[in-house]
Design a protein around this ligand. Structure first.
Ligand SMILES: *Cc1c(COP(=O)(O)O)cnc(C)c1O
Length: 392
C-alpha cells in the first residue's frame, strides 16, 4: 500500500489556526481589552425566517408515509434546479434547469470537479486567492501555474497570452481581495480560454454582493457557455455556511474529445455523491422566492454597510484597498511597509482588532491585510474608530 504521494507536496497552511492562537494568547494576557474580530470569514447573521419555515415544513414531510422522502436525485430536485435557473434569469442570464447541479457547497465542487479532467492538464490559478483551488490540484498531482496580481492591476489578474493553460480558476468577486471583474475583463478571459481550448472554473460564491452593475455570472459574457463551468453557493448569498447548499452549472455546449462535460459531471456525482437533503433543498428554493430574496438582500445590505464604514475610514486615511463595494471583504495595503503578519501584531497590540494577514492567500498577498464585514455595526464602528486613531 502506498499513500497518494501528492499529499507530500502540500504546504501546511496554519493561517487561521495561527490567527486564532495569537488572538487567544493576547486575550489571556490582556483580559481588560475588548478584542474586535474583523478577521471572520463566515457569515454571522441568522437565516432568513422564510428559509427556516420552509425547512421546518420539509422536516414534517419525513413524518408521514405519504410525504416521506428517501434518496434525493444526485443532481438536485427539479424545483430547486428551476429556482436557480429563474434566479439567473432575474439578472438576465439564461441557464437551463437541467444544467444546474445542486450540491452541498461550492468548496466540495471546486475540488471534486477535477475528477472529470486529466491529471496532465496545466492549471492556472490567480494569486492571491481562496487556497482550496491550489490544494485540490496539488492532491490531484496537476501542474499549477499562477496568475500573479498586485496593486498595479488592482488585484484583477488578466491573461498572459504567452502562457498556455488548460484549466483556469477565476474567483469574482474575489476572496480575499474583494476585487470583481467587469464585462470587458471577463470577455478577455473567455477569449483566452477559447483560444487555448481551456476550461474556466468560475467561482461566483460572492455574486450576491455585487452592487456596481458588474456581471453576476460568467455566462453574461458571449460564448462563455463554450468554455466555462460556474460554481456557486448559498453560503454567502443566504447565510448557508452551516446549512450547506451550493450549485454548479455545466452548460450543454461544453464538449471536449467528443464528450459532454455535463455527462461526465453527472456520472461523477451519481457515483460519489448522493444528493442534498430534501429539507435543505426546500430551504434553498425559499431563498430564491421573492420574500426570500427580500430577507437575504437585507442581510447583505447589513454587511455592505459595515464594509462602507471600513472603506470610508481607509479613504480618509489615504490607504490603498480593493473590495468592500462588491464584496464582504476589504483588502488593504499594510501601512509603514509592514508585512501582513507584522501589521496583524501591530493592530492586535495597539487597537485590539483582529484581521487576516494577506500572506495566507498566496505570495502576492504579502504586505496586504483582509478585513471583513461579518460583524455587528456596533463592533465594526468601534474597530474603525480604533484603527483611525492608531493610523492618523
Ligand atoms: C465561502 C466560499 C465558497 C463557498 O463554499 P461553501 O462550501 O459553499 O460554503 C466558495 N468559494 C469561495 C472563494 C469562498 O470564499
Amino acid at each position: 500500500m502506498k499513500i497518494n504521494s501528492n499529499f507530500n507536496n502540500l504546504v501546511p497552511n496554519y493561517l487561521f489556526a495561527d490567527v486564532s492562537r495569537l488572538t487567544n494568547e493576547f486575550i489571556a494576557a490582556n483580559p481588560d481589552k475588548n478584542v474586535i474580530r474583523l478577521g471572520i470569514g463566515d457569515v454571522t447573521l441568522p437565516l432568513a425566517p422564510v428559509v427556516v419555515d420552509a425547512m421546518k415544513k420539509a422536516c414534517d414531510d419525513f413524518l408521514h408515509q405519504s410525504t416521506f422522502k428517501g434518496y434525493p436525485e444526485y443532481e438536485g430536485y427539479d424545483f430547486a434546479r428551476s429556482a436557480v435557473s429563474d434566479y439567473y434569469q432575474s439578472f438576465g442570464v439564461i441557464v437551463q434547469p437541467d444544467e444546474v447541479f445542486i450540491s452541498d457547497g461550492a468548496k466540495s465542487d471546486c475540488g471534486n470537479i477535477g475528477d472529470i479532467f486529466s491529471q496532465d492538464n496545466t492549471v492556472l490559478i490567480p494569486d492571491p486567492v481562496y487556497p482550496v483551488y491550489v490544494d485540490a490540484n496539488i492532491m490531484a498531482g496537476r501542474n499549477i501555474i499562477y496568475a500573479p496580481s498586485g496593486e498595479s492591476e488592482h488585484f484583477l489578474p488578466m491573461p498572459n497570452k504567452k502562457i498556455k493553460a488548460d484549466i483556469i480558476y477565476l474567483c469574482s468577486p474575489n476572496n480575499p481581495t474583494g476585487a470583481a471583474y467587469n464585462k470587458e475583463q471577463l470577455t478577455e478571459w473567455v477569449n483566452y480560454a477559447l483560444e487555448n481550448d481551456a476550461i474556466i472554473l468560475y467561482d461566483a460564491a460572492y455574486e450576491a454582493f455585487i452592487s456596481e452593475g458588474l456581471p453576476r455570472s460568467i455566462y453574461a459574457v458571449e460564448n462563455a457557455r463554450y468554455c466555462a463551468i460556474e460554481l456557486c453557493s448559498l453560503s454567502k448569498t443566504a447565510g448557508f455556511t452551516g446549512v450547506r447548499c451550493g450549485y454548479t452549472i455545466v452548460p450543454h455546449e461544453l464538449i471536449r474529445e467528443g464528450k459532454k462535460l455535463h455527462d461526465l459531471w453527472y456520472r461523477r456525482q451519481a457515483t460519489k455523491f448522493n444528493g442534498v437533503s430534501w429539507a435543505v433543498q426546500c430551504g434553498a428554493a425559499a431563498v430564491f422566492s421573492p420574500e426570500g430574496q427580500r430577507q437575504c438582500r437585507s442581510n447583505i445590505e447589513y454587511y455592505h454597510e459595515n464594509a462602507a464604514l471600513i472603506g470610508s475610514m481607509l479613504d480618509e486615511l489615504g490607504i490603498y484597498y480593493t473590495g468592500g463595494k462588491n464584496s464582504p471583504y476589504i483588502w488593504m495595503k499594510c501601512p509603514f511597509s509592514m508585512s501582513g503578519w507584522e501589521f496583524f501584531d501591530y493592530l492586535l497590540k495597539n487597537a485590539a482588532v483582529v484581521g487576516t494577514p494577506g500572506e495566507g492567500f498566496g505570495s502576492c498577498g504579502n504586505g496586504f491585510f483582509r478585513l471583513t464585514s461579518f460583524n455587528s455595526h456596533e463592533k465594526t464602528a468601534e474597530a474603525v474608530e480604533r484603527i483611525k486613531s492608531l493610523l492618523s
